[in-house]
Design a protein around this ligand. Structure first.
Ligand code: HSE
Length: 429
């Protein structure tokens, strides 16, 4: 049986253009698979210019909210970005007008996803966001449908391509963070203001959405503990290799009887783990379910074509009449779960200290650690040719995070310490 679906696109940046290209290039394929002819009837962007795709037959709107309210469209695709302002207004206007919404906006969904989900479910329209998490990887569909029969206890992964690219290039080329970041910006991976990427906020938006889907609780972005990658140095990358680890920025969410812990931070993971070998701009998401066990999805987490692929998959679900609850269970039935903070965390740690090469320094460091019941598993110190400060690298046995932080605060006070201690958690999964 053949049918048709009309869509309107708000935002014609990289992803918007990618969505138009995909619908134009895969028209026959999509029709063959669904029996539905998808027509883009309207578009909106800040400026009218040549974007390398034909907009013939599409009505132009300067005002995206007006388009969401009045366009001849069943589905509004929001590709503007940002957690507030026009993007939010577009989604709300579309839902109010009884239209389905597809968005790639992780910030909006992480910050306002609960209220938008309630609104969409009340209006019986879809609010779909596959492209918001890990670009082209179909992780939302996988968790909401493929893993529906599982209780998920853990979800984690490499959720930011920019950071993964920087860490990979530092390892492969021996260059320093600032240098590789500049290259990532020139290549268009990182924004000109890259703070959302390198301060871990982008990954935090994504892990907050995955936690809600995994554990059936409202999105709780405010409770994500977030650390970025700005302090990583080439030294850490080299010592990680020597110790048998790779350094990755991970988003991690886990649930136990006490509640939910959500966090984004650098991890040293054993080199032989699959996630340690996901390099460059690739993303990967690992889920652990009680019946299925561990699943791993890997793919391109950003960019025109992968993100367009995810947006189009959401549209085709609407064609198929799928209106699943936004976060897996109806928003009005979701119950908040207690948040477990990082002070509750226990694990093993890598620590980098830069110290004056003086007698008694190691003894003072050992005392500070032992006072907090923290013990050292490995200690590496290279001989210095001059009297310049030297790195002291330690791997700590499993310890409470609060104890490690207290010990490092004491170590920082020592006269021989020339810069604040730097710590990376070691995670074997
Ligand atoms: N800036 C993001 C990344 C793009 O680097 O992964 C997709 O969210």
């Amino acid at each position: 049986m053949s049918s048709s679906l009309k869509i309107a696109i708000a935002g014609l940046g990289t992803v918007g253009v990618g969505v138009i290209k995909l619908f134009q290039q895969q028209k026959e394929l999509l029709y063959a698979r669904t029996g539905c002819a998808v027509e883009i009837t309207a578009v909106s962007a800040r400026t009218q210019k040549d974007r390398g795709v034909s907009l013939n037959g599409m009505k132009w709107y300067d005002d995206a909210v007006e388009m969401a309210k009045t366009a001849d469209a069943d589905v509004i695709i929001e590709l503007i970005g940002g957690s507030t302002g026009v993007a939010k207004n577009v989604c709300e206007a579309a839902i109010d007008a009884g239209r389905h919404v597809v968005t790639a906006n992780k910030a909006l969904m992480a910050v306002h996803g609960n209220e938008l989900a309630l609104k969409a479910e009340k209006a019986s329209v879809a609010l779909s966001y596959e492209a918001a998490v890990a670009g082209g990887i179909p992780i939302i569909k996988s968790m909401r449908e493929g893993l529906i029969g599982n209780k998920i206890s853990n979800v984690y992964g490499i959720l930011n391509g920019t950071c993964n690219y920087i860490l990979t290039m530092m390892r492969e080329t021996g260059r320093e963070f600032d240098d590789v970041l500049k290259e990532a910006q020139e290549l268009g991976y990182a924004e000109s203001d890259p703070s959302f990427d390198i301060d871990g906020i982008d990954a935090a938006h994504k892990i907050a959405l995955l936690a809600s889907l995994a554990f059936g609780c409202p999105v709780n972005f405010k409770s994500v503990s977030i650390e970025g990658v700005r302090r990583i140095s080439q030294l850490d990358i080299e010592y990680a290799e020597e110790l048998g680890y790779r350094i990755k920025l991970l988003g991690i969410a886990r649930k136990d009887d006490n509640g939910v812990q959500q966090r984004v931070h650098l991890c040293m993971v054993p080199k032989e783990l699959p996630i340690a070998n996901v390099d460059g701009v690739l993303n990967a998401v690992v889920t652990e379910g009680d019946f299925v066990g561990r699943t791993v999805l890997e793919g391109r987490g950003a960019g025109e074509s992968p993100t367009a692929s995810a947006v189009v998959a959401d549209v085709m679900d609407i064609v198929a009449g799928k209106h699943l609850p936004v976060f897996g269970i109806p928003a009005k039935e979701m119950e908040a779960l207690p948040s477990i903070g990082m002070d509750e965390y226990e694990g093993s740690y890598y620590v980098r200290l830069i110290v004056k090469d003086e007698r008694g320094v190691i003894a003072s460091i050992a005392t500070a650690l032992s006072d907090e019941n923290v013990s050292v598993k490995t200690l590496l110190q290279r001989q210095s040719a001059s009297k310049a400060p030297v790195p002291v690298i330690m791997v700590l046995h499993k310890a409470k995070e609060v104890s490690v932080k207290q010990a490092l605060a004491k170590i920082e006070e020592l006269d021989a310490i020339v810069e604040p201690p730097y710590m990376i958690r070691i995670k074997s999964f």
